[in-house]
Design a protein. Structure first.
Length: 127
């Protein structure tokens, strides 16, 4: 079960998914010598071998249909993480949050289910 508390999002076993104060753009950053290094072939990411799950909340619907071409968020994040060596990036979306209260609640519930399922699957693979 996924719950929210003052320190961030937690799983039912008490482990944190993303502390509230963490911002992946700020945390990952591009710091030479820490997250990437320069080589003769150009920059090389130093954070490889990690998996990132990005949870997105959007007012509209950008993952499907004609608006998909306007989805710069996922492409930007994939490039940012790839620059530091992380290529295993998964997205969980809560979309259509501005389409009314019923649609909003259904979208949030679906995103929570998707995230819980993804985490459960990943834990089983790791075991």
């Amino acid at each position: 079960m996924l719950t929210k508390d003052p320190s961030g999002w937690k799983l039912s076993d008490g482990s944190h998914i993303l502390p509230r104060r963490r911002n992946p753009l700020r945390t990952v950053g591009s710091r030479a010598g820490e997250t990437f290094r320069y080589s003769e072939a150009g920059p090389r990411g130093l954070l490889g071998g990690r998996r990132v799950i990005v949870v997105e909340a959007r007012g509209g619907l950008y993952s499907d249909g004609s608006a998909r071409t306007m989805d710069f968020q996922e492409h930007y994040l994939r490039q940012l993480f790839a620059f530091v060596g992380i290529t295993d990036v998964m997205f969980v979306r809560a979309e259509k949050l501005s389409f009314g209260p019923e649609v909003r609640e259904a979208a949030i519930a679906a995103a929570r289910r998707d995230l819980e399922q993804l985490i459960t699957t990943q834990r089983k693979r790791a075991a």
